[in-house]
Design a protein around this ligand. Structure first.
Ligand SMILES: C[S@@+](CC[C@H](N)C(=O)[O-])C[C@H]1O[C@@H](n2cnc3c(N)ncnc32)[C@H](O)[C@@H]1O
Length: 252
């Protein structure tokens, strides 16, 4: 038997041609494969959710420095759940923690539930259909939370068309579009954190390159204290920390 020298079947060649055509149209490999790794875990991915990014692992690194005790029953909130990659990574790192994920998109919520179940975490997580652009969106959410993470949409609307085609053409618009200046989600979320964070809790926002000062300003205007910055592997400030003002004053 000559391994590797058999003729490919007609079906296999047709399948390969189809996959290649998808990639030629600049469809991301994550959509074609249906999976992407994040924080050492594998997640189902589709065109309905943002493909998890290595940059977002900075949020998990930051969380581990903010909450060094891995064995506490921390209460975690993820605003903009998407594939569920952040919440799943955090619940894996904090084995006694429980989490709530907020997501407006129903298809994303369904996929996130599959991903949480894939990693045996569905028993410690609740997924809520909520839209933070609606008034009263935090009613009944629960809390207070020890850790609130969010990787909200933060690309300025006009910049989306100029992104690489894999992103501009294939990633879901609600995962990208941060409004005219890219910051509209932070303006909605920061004031809510004041009521949702535990007194010593941590809020961690992912942001885009060059947005840190403005995100910190939005947090300060909402009554939170900016509480640290974390760089991604490219040296870009990727995560901005915020805490209740009273904690910030005590820490200074
Ligand atoms: C940038 S993606 C992040 C997804 C995931 N957390 C990650 O890090 O890969 C932002 C998510 O927020 C959701 N989202 C956008 N606007 C929202 C809103 N007003 N209310 C609730 N979720 C929203 C989007 O559907 C999307 O899944």
């Amino acid at each position: 038997m000559s391994i590797g020298r058999e003729a490919a079947s007609v079906d296999a060649v047709a399948a390969l041609r189809q996959l290649t055509a998808r990639r030629v149209r600049r469809e991301p490999m994550s959509h074609i494969m249906g999976e992407r790794e994040f924080w050492g875990l594998t997640f189902h991915v589709s065109a309905d959710v943002l493909t998890p990014r290595p940059d977002s692992e900075t949020l998990i690194e930051a969380a581990l420095t903010c909450l060094p005790d891995r064995d506490r029953a921390w209460r975690i909130l993820d605003l903009g759940l998407g594939s569920g990659c952040l919440l799943a990574a955090l619940l894996t790192e904090f084995p006694r923690a429980t989490g709530v994920g907020v997501e407006a998109s129903q298809v994303a919520r369904t996929l996130a539930l599959r991903n949480l179940a894939r990693h045996g975490l569905e028993g410690r997580a609740r997924i809520d259909a909520r839209d933070w652009s609606q008034s009263g969106w935090t009613d009944g959410l629960g809390g207070p939370f020890d850790l609130i993470v969010s990787n909200p949409p933060y690309i300025p609307t006009a910049a989306i068309a100029g992104l690489m085609p894999e992103v501009a053409l294939w990633e879901p618009r609600p995962a990208l579009d941060g409004g005219a200046d890219g910051l509209s989600a932070y303006r909605a979320l920061a004031p809510a954190l004041v009521g949702l964070l535990a007194p010593a809790g941590w809020g961690l926002f992912e942001g885009g390159e060059g947005q840190a000062i403005e995100i910190e300003g939005i947090c300060a205007s909402a009554g939170l204290s900016p509480a640290g910055r974390w760089l991604d592997l490219g040296g870009i400030t990727r995560v901005i920390g915020a805490r209740q003002e009273t904690v910030g004053k005590t820490a200074v």
